[in-house]
Design a protein around this ligand. Structure first.
Ligand SMILES: *Cc1c(COP(=O)(O)O)cnc(C)c1O
Length: 393
């Protein structure tokens, strides 16, 4: 195909490898190993493998390769490496490129496990990490030094939905020769333009919107062919964080419907944010897609839409938040996100329980905060469910 195809077409067709049987649904090559015709063939493949030649599933597998090619085409990246989970992707993207003595600048508002990788693991191995307020460009400017190797941030933070200006941070980082690594989960592959905006490396937890149906853990690292094949692949294939062929198949099928799901979820989130504005039981409704969001202009520039997650700060702290959650009937209480089902979380007592009270308050995680990952259910059912539960508070 020589025509340039739109993302919703790419997400359905890119990367397909059909066997001699011409199957419609991608084949699951559930095999760890591959047979060589001769000893000479084995020797040759270990020296250099062609695009359709595989050695061992930890190195690569046809089903996994289909997923990697499809998501790379969709994100506009040269290449991709699929991983066993989102955290294998975050830790692999960073650890594969860093060494003792390197300096990293990171936004402070991070998913708990990302914080552990930067603060505990990297620092333990002699990498210096400076944390900044991700929304404050002058803080990034001050922290990025001539010897900074990489900057890391979540393009939209969890659960307070603070947005980082990818293009501006990338400009500051590139001026000092630093690599820009973006954890892009909350932006979703549907609304992301991170590569065009200057991200060198984009990381997704495929567990979230790519699967989007609560079945499998997975992740992916996207970047230049050089970085993926010369830096990430050797590290991942020898340390063991590769994606399984079965997971890759689940994620391929997920990509086929992701565009429809994420658009429906975003449209529901937009409607809920609108319906809840100024509600007497709420201190604040945080949704990047609504004009009331502090960085709404940046959101409009950086993404087409505000994404699938909103957070409510309910007046009355933890008791009020718990009463609200327990009164919800359509949504479920769980801690995943990006799912077809609407999922509600109380970050202060679950995902961010490990943080001290000071850390939580510096990140804006109040006791009344409830994070809602909006699903694909009927809009009116969701709005009614939330309004009814708020009335019970
Ligand atoms: C969920 C998540 C991860 C980790 O992904 P897993 O697939 O659970 O390992 C990393 N970053 C962000 C922003 C996430 O939401």
């Amino acid at each position: 195909m020589t025509r340039e195809l739109k993302p919703s077409t790419v997400a359905v067709h890119a990367g397909t490898r059909r066997s001699q049987y011409g199957e419609v649904s991608e084949a699951i090559y559930l095999t760890q190993g591959f047979v060589y015709d001769t000893a000479e063939d084995a020797e040759a493949r270990f020296i250099e493998s062609g695009p359709d030649e595989f050695i061992y599933a930890r190195y690569g597998n046809p089903t996994v390769a289909m997923f990697e090619e499809r998501i790379a085409a969709l994100e506009g990246a040269e290449d991709a490496f699929a991983t066993a989970s989102g955290m294998a992707a975050v830790s692999g993207a960073l650890t594969s490129m860093l060494k003792a003595g390197d300096h990293v600048v990171s936004s402070r508002a991070l998913f708990g496990s990302c914080l552990y990788v930067l603060e505990d693991v990297l620092m333990r191995f002699g990498v210096e990490v400076t944390f900044v307020d991700g929304a404050d460009l002058s803080a990034w400017k001050e922290a990025i030094r001539d010897d900074t190797t990489a900057v890391f941030f979540e393009s939209i933070s969890n659960p307070t939905l603070q947005v980082v200006d990818i293009a501006s941070v990338a400009e500051l980082a590139h001026a000092k020769g630093a690599t820009v690594v973006v954890d892009n989960v909350f932006s979703t592959p549907v609304w992301s333009d991170a590569v065009k905006q200057g991200a060198d490396v984009v990381v997704y937890s495929a567990t979230k919107h790519i699967d989007g149906q609560g079945r499998a853990l997975g992740g992916v690292i996207l970047g230049s062919r050089d970085y993926i094949r010369k830096t990430v692949e050797p590290y991942m294939k020898h340390t063991g964080g590769s994606m399984s062929p079965f997971t890759a198949w689940v994620m391929l099928k997920g990509l086929e419907t992701m565009n429809l799901r994420v658009r429906a979820q975003t449209s529901n989130a937009t409607a809920i944010a609108k319906a809840l504005q100024g509600h007497e039981k709420l201190q604040q409704v945080i949704y990047p897609g609504h004009a009331s969001h502090a960085q709404h202009d940046l959101v409009k520039r950086q993404m087409e839409q505000g994404g699938t997650v909103l957070s409510l700060d309910i007046r009355g702290g933890k008791p009020a938040a718990f009463r609200f959650l327990n009164a919800i009937e359509v949504g479920i209480i769980s801690n995943n996100l990006g799912d077809a089902k609407t999922i509600m979380t109380h970050p202060a007592t679950t995902t961010h329980q490990r943080l001290s009270e000071e850390q939580r308050s510096s990140l804006g995680i109040t006791d009344g905060l409830v994070r809602i990952s909006v699903g694909i259910e009927d809009t009116e059912d969701l709005v009614t469910d939330i309004l009814t539960a708020l009335a019970a508070v």
